[in-house]
Write a protein that binds this ligand. Structure first.
Ligand SMILES: Nc1ncnc2c1ncn2[C@@H]1O[C@H](COP(=O)(O)OP(=O)(O)OP(=O)(O)O)[C@@H](O)[C@H]1O
Length: 405
């Protein structure tokens, strides 16, 4: 199970440049959290501070009872084994095959024999839908595949905490949906605590249990996703809408005179270019694919949120209750669908298959085989063992083709 990450009064500067100060938040065990914020507000610095790659001048980061800002190098080395990190660009070694890249942490941090390493690497390659591509070099595959390879590498040490720095950067919306779904499925399978740093509003709306936002060197808020999505704070509303008008400027925060000018422009009907979408209309959270285990964090998250519900603004309370109701309905429908598929196939003597990215895949009603389309999508057929409920891979080893026969 994932472990809690408790951050208290954290402050980080580079020389005289303060990045953020007094950041306090808890990443609850096994829950998925997202950290938003305009460019340059120090999200990546925060992520690196959580794994002890950067040292804050004040505050603590408690992981599994150890304050990693003050512990010894040996303790930090041990704590780091709890982490899997997906860096922005995948951070793969360009001269190594995907296989060797993914095997790297195992060769570096464990005494496992090569055949054991092979089993783990192939399992993770399978999990991210890259079977058949293991001998390729990072330069020979697409950005989306590199991201998935980076994720496979982040998973080989069975991390209890997964940090993803902009998993969507450089990906189109469809591939972003695949990788987001994959994170939810992984969370369902291993119950790891996940933190996603992102600018992507769709991810923020549909993936995390909790969202935080950094702005003006501070953590503006951190709480259940509905709290941020229904927030009345101008900086949050501007960020979600992607509007020019508001406290966030091109390089840094705007002064009062500029904000007054903008208000006058808005009053004159000039648009700041932002979307007019209503973010208070909460989209249901993405669920694990059929055949995946339930996310254990859902129950814990609910209990936690219900205990704090009365402390939240009324619009957040209302949105939380509405989305719980909606998610219960979706989960019940999905369970019914899964058991129908399992029953139907069992009767026909077959196995049923499930895609790792249900939002975007199209199922063939007759074969239950999913056509992902496109060379960057997970290209093989995923089968779910109805007993273990774990996704298993039926390799066709054929890069770029779909699974429809
Ligand atoms: N090692 C470093 N030394 C000095 N300054 C640094 C270092 N790393 C980051 N910074 C500075 O910290 C600030 C925050 O950078 P960071 O990359 O964390 O922002 P971010 O919010 O992740 O931005 P983006 O969304 O654009 O990726 C920037 O001004 C950056 O120049």
């Amino acid at each position: 199970m994932g472990v809690e990450v408790s951050v208290e009064g954290l402050t980080k500067s580079f020389g005289s440049q303060n990045i953020w100060r007094d950041v306090t938040l808890t990443l609850p065990e096994g829950e998925v959290s997202a950290l938003l914020g305009p460019s340059g507000t120090g999200k990546s610095v925060f992520l690196k501070t959580l794994i002890g790659l950067l040292h804050p001048e004040q505050g603590s980061v408690i992981i599994d009872g150890t304050d990693i800002t003050k512990c010894s190098a040996k303790e930090l080395y041990e704590i780091r084994k709890l982490f899997g990190v997906l860096f922005q660009d995948g951070a793969l070694f360009g001269s190594m095959s995907l296989y060797d890249n993914i095997a790297f942490p195992l060769r570096e941090h464990t005494k496992k024999k090569e055949h054991e390493i092979r089993d783990i690497v192939m399992e993770k390659i399978d999990l991210v839908g890259l079977t058949g591509a293991e001998d390729k070099l990072p330069g020979e595959i697409s950005g989306g595949m590199r991201k998935r390879a980076g994720l496979a590498r982040a998973l080989v040490l069975d991390p209890q905490i997964i940090l993803c720095d902009e998993p969507d950067s450089g990906l189109d919306p469809v591939r972003t949906a695949y990788i987001s779904q994959l994170l939810i499925d992984i969370n369902a399978q291993i119950d790891a605590t996940i933190l996603i740093v992102t600018h992507n509003i769709n991810i923020a709306r549909t993936i995390p249990d909790n969202i935080g936002m950094l702005f003006r060197k501070e953590l503006v808020m951190f709480g259940p996703r509905e709290q941020l999505l229904t927030s009345e704070q101008p900086v949050v509303k501007q960020f979600l809408a992607g509007d020019r008008f508001g406290p966030i400027g091109m390089s840094e925060e705007k002064d009062e005179a500029v904000q007054k000018q903008e208000e006058a422009m808005q009053a004159a009907g000039i648009s700041g270019g932002g979307t007019k979408e209503d973010f208070t209309e909460i989209i249901p959270q993405v669920q694990p694919n059929p055949g995946m285990p339930e996310r254990k964090a859902v129950k814990r998250h609910r209990e936690r949120v219900m205990a704090m519900l009365h402390t939240l603004p009324p619009q957040a309370q209302e949105a939380i209750l509405r989305s719980m109701e909606e998610e219960d309905r979706i989960r019940a429908e999905s369970d019914a669908h899964a058991s129908n598929m399992a029953g139907g196939n069992a009767a026909a003597g077959g196995e049923w298959t499930a895609a790792p990215a249900g939002n975007v895949a199209v199922a063939d009603a007759k074969t239950d085989v999913i056509d992902y389309g496109g060379s960057d999508a997970p290209t093989e057929q995923w089968q779910t063992d109805p007993l273990t409920k774990r996704g298993q891979h039926a390799a066709d080893g054929n890069e770029g083709r779909t699974t429809q026969e």
